[in-house]
Design a protein around this ligand. Structure first.
Ligand code: M6R
Length: 596
């Protein structure tokens, strides 16, 4: 995955492009480049992050340009493989996000025609192809070139002597930012929020030509089309650190607000709302990847408990291998970015099977919002840190709401139950605040975990997925090998790996799983592993088992994954910080994964 930006206007393009690229680094940051249209097309590109390139780029007198931050998929991170790529005559420069599947065939064909390649990338074939078809009109040349291409892309190209940027999109995000006497393009609105809140979404198969005063959008067939301008309510402040050391910490601390915002949107009018299809499904399938998959697992317990409907949870990348369903269930696709390739592929497959698809996403205008039959928007605001935090808890809230609505539709909940659950949901922001208030009490746990190379996380029932998520959070930002298990599974194999250097984190909350959890923990403690118990406030009994206890506020078991998630996010954050890790941009990971 990569990030692309472009600017054409009355200001110097270089700084605008570099600043915007910094906001896209969550999409990839192993190499970076800019192309500015000047008396020539000037290209600067380098291995590394935007800040490194900024030191090298002189002030360039140019008002039109494109930029790219790369996350290597085809060819190692290097300045040669960094974008933009220039045509051999130097008159065209191009950046690309996506994958050209038939690039080896195209490369062979173009080489035979005398085109020389300086990189290992799939993208370089694009610039030569465009050059091959160039007959005075860059837009026509790009459209023609794309007829030869198999794959996915968001592309931006500039040409010498012109203030126009030509773009194309297929299965990779692309927005046009609308300004006064200036226009922008970007992979994501957060990159350009500083300059404009007005955007036009480019849809699959479409192309566009942007200049300082004009925007022309074209259908896949090449007809000019009109599209409404969308006003984004996120502000540029939302995408800044605001004094926090890392975006991840800022985003963890935003959760009382983001959970409240998500609730406010749907809770009051839930009975009359049409967030779900009118049909009452006999089964539900939830599909997602990574953290969103863990949210889906929590959703399974919530829907089964409240609505009494059987739920299957599938990984986005595995859904296509599952057998088709006869009874056409409701398929819920959870993806904060709305761009995860595996989840999008599952959405298409579910629709092909005749299922109703409901997307839960955080990004307005993202691909899933256009492809699913209906959409629930989480209100988490832009999440910049690669590790998902506030989007996860907003997803949990959305799933509780879906469970509640399904229960209402089936008459599985009475008025009193509904009132009680709504009140409990409304108390979630306060519960989260109480977890955040005690962040300092994690010191001892942070010390235990920071010393470890391996760790296990266990829980039962609705907090089994909570512990999978706790382990994922720890491993992705601290690089400690962490595994989550259903507590009952420990004795079926993993117990062999526990030793005095391998801590176990156990969710022993005061619910119906408590006694069994305590038995599982006792087994581990007897083997000398450090045990870190997450216990309900006031449960002093757990001190008999271990010296390492972190308390969470008591709350109804069904909702306990929310405060527990916040606590485990804080734990992972502080362990990673103690180890001096690059928290917001963990190695090898990118924020949204647009390849399958
Ligand atoms: O955008 P999505 O929710 O579809 O992303 C899915 C996963 O890539 C994502 O949740 C990933 O696991 C998180 N960054 C982990 O913190």
């Amino acid at each position: 995955m990569c990030g692309i930006v472009g600017y054409s206007g009355d200001k110097m393009a270089t700084d605008i492009i570099l600043d915007s690229l910094i906001r896209l680094e969550y999409r990839g940051y192993d190499s970076v480049g800019v192309a500015i249209v000047n008396h020539d097309i000037v290209v600067y590109k380098e291995k590394g992050q935007v800040s490194q390139l900024r030191d090298l780029v002189p002030s360039i007198d140019g008002y039109t340009g494109i930029g790219h931050t790369r996350w290597a998929t085809c060819g190692v991170p290097s300045s040669e493989n960094a974008h933009p790529f220039k045509s051999m005559d130097g008159r065209i420069a191009l950046v690309h996000n996506g994958i050209i599947e038939n690039y080896l065939d195209l490369r062979k064909e173009l080489s035979a025609q005398g085109y020389e390649f300086s990189s290992q990338t799939d993208t370089e074939v694009l610039v030569h192809l465009v050059h091959r078809y160039m007959d005075g009109d860059l837009h026509m040349a790009l459209r023609r070139a794309l007829q030869d291409v198999r794959g996915t892309y968001a592309i931006a190209a500039v040409e010498f002597g012109s203030d126009r940027i030509v773009v194309a999109r297929k299965e990779n995000p692309l927005v046009i930012g609308v300004g006064m006497g200036e226009n922008f393009i970007a992979s994501d609105v957060t990159a350009i929020l500083e300059h404009t809140s007005d955007v036009i979404y480019v849809m699959d198969g479409e192309t566009a030509v942007i200049s300082p005063e004009e925007i022309h959008l074209f259908s896949p067939e090449g007809q000019e089309i009109k599209r409404e301008v969308n006003r984004i309510t996120w502000t540029s402040e939302d995408a800044k650190k605001e004094g926090f050391e890392h975006f991840m910490l800022k985003e963890i601390f935003e959760q009382p607000k983001t959970v409240r915002d998500t609730l406010v949107c749907y809770l009051d009018g839930l009975e009359a709302s049409d967030i779900l299809p009118p049909v009452s499904p006999s089964s539900v399938t939830i599909v997602a990847c990574g953290t969103s998959y863990h949210a889906g697992m929590v959703g399974k317990y919530a829907i089964e408990e409240l609505a009494n409907i059987p739920v299957t949870v599938e990984l986005g990348s595995e859904f296509r291998y599952s057998s088709g369903t006869d009874n056409k269930p409701l398929v819920i696709l959870i993806t904060q970015s709305g761009e995860t390739a595996d989840t999008l592929a599952a959405c298409r497959e579910a629709r092909r099977r005749g299922c109703h698809t409901l997307a839960v996403t955080n990004v307005l205008g993202s691909t899933i919002t256009r492809e699913a039959d209906s959409v629930i928007m989480t209100k988490a605001g832009p999440e910049i840190s690669v590790a998902a935090t506030k989007t996860y808890t907003a997803q949990l809230v959305s799933l509780y709401l879906i469970a509640l609505k399904l229960a209402l539709n089936r008459g599985a909940i009475d008025e009193m139950g509904l009132r009680e659950l709504k009140a409990q949901l409304r108390s979630l922001p306060t519960l989260i605040e109480r977890v955040l208030d005690r962040a300092d009490s994690l010191q001892d746990a942070v010390e235990v975990m920071s010393r470890a190379q391996h760790a296990f996380f266990i829980g039962r029932n609705i907090n089994f997925p909570s512990m999978l998520e706790g382990a994922l959070k720890l491993k992705e930002i601290s690089y400690i090998h962490a595994e989550g298990y259903a507590a009952g599974e420990l004795k079926h194999g993993p117990l062999a790996l526990l030793d005095p250097d391998t801590p176990l984190v156990a969710a022993c909350l005061r619910d119906h799983t408590y006694e069994k959890m305590i038995s599982n923990v006792t087994e581990v403690a007897a083997r000398g592993s450090p045990v870190l118990i997450v216990a309900s406030d006031g449960d002093e009994q757990v001190h008999l088992l271990t010296d390492h206890v972190i308390f969470v506020p008591r709350c109804p078991p069904l909702l306990s994954p929310v405060p527990l998630a916040v606590l485990l996010q804080l734990l992972a954050y502080h362990v990673a910080k103690a180890k001096g890790m690059p928290i917001d941009k963990p190695r090898n990971l990118a924020k949204s994964v647009t390849v399958e």
